[in-house]
Design a protein around this ligand. Sequence first.
Ligand code: ZN
Length: 289
Amino acid sequence: MQQITKNIYTETQIRGCDPSMVFTSEGAVFIDTAQWITNLEQMIAFAQEKCGSIRYLINTESHIDHIFGNHWLKKAGATIIGQEKILDSFFKIPPSFNMTTHDYNVDIIRRQDPTALNRMPSEKEYIVAKPDITFGDNLTLKLGSHTFRCVHTPGHSPEQTSVYVPEERCVFVGDNIFNDCQIWLHSVDFDDLFKSLDWLNGLDVDYIIPGHGPVRGKECIVQNKQFLYDWLATVADGINKGWSKEECIARINFADRCPVDIGQPECMEYIQTNNVRISYDYLMRKRDI
Ligand SMILES: [Zn+2]
């Protein structure tokens, strides 16, 4: 675990998202959750020891690498918060994965955290930990001397949420930012994402805690935009050459640019294929307008 500021800890070195914690004088607030049972249990124990109680969990999105641990946080006493659209896709994985979400989770734990497999709850027990509180545009939480501004910042997903904590000069942005690793575009809305990144750029912060990869300053916003533009420009170039979508998928690839986030190299082809497909569909829609 990495300490970012006096009161903020995050974990960037495990498979899954960067689960984080903010310690306040009135208890801990988690932002997203680890996808490892052992790690989840360690973070919860650490928060309870340092901070007394766990008050809230804020989910930045519905994807399983962010909500995997809701079950454990709920049991530890957290009230769960999420943007209202999170309920549309909560606990769902892409149909192309060809298995139930619960089986998918069990498979991940069996491969990566096998000694904890006996602590994986049943499907019936597991799916109940949906957000207790949902919001539309934004929600402000005050806890001790800390402010948590949860802002709907769609882009990577329709429900995407950023959590701005001004007292720590820090913002948690979930998967609107990927640092030093492949960007997943499978559920992106490009127009929303560029708007949200511009909003992010207006914040007075020192630290951006991304969904995946290391913590950076605001320079990572431009780097992410550049990667997005590279996807769009390269696919646009293919379209201009008369390539079909399948030809674009076969010929365009940014796999050599950076790795997939820790522990999931097997996802590289899925990411490349989907990123071309999504970019192609977006550009063709724009051309029709
Ligand atoms: Zn993610």
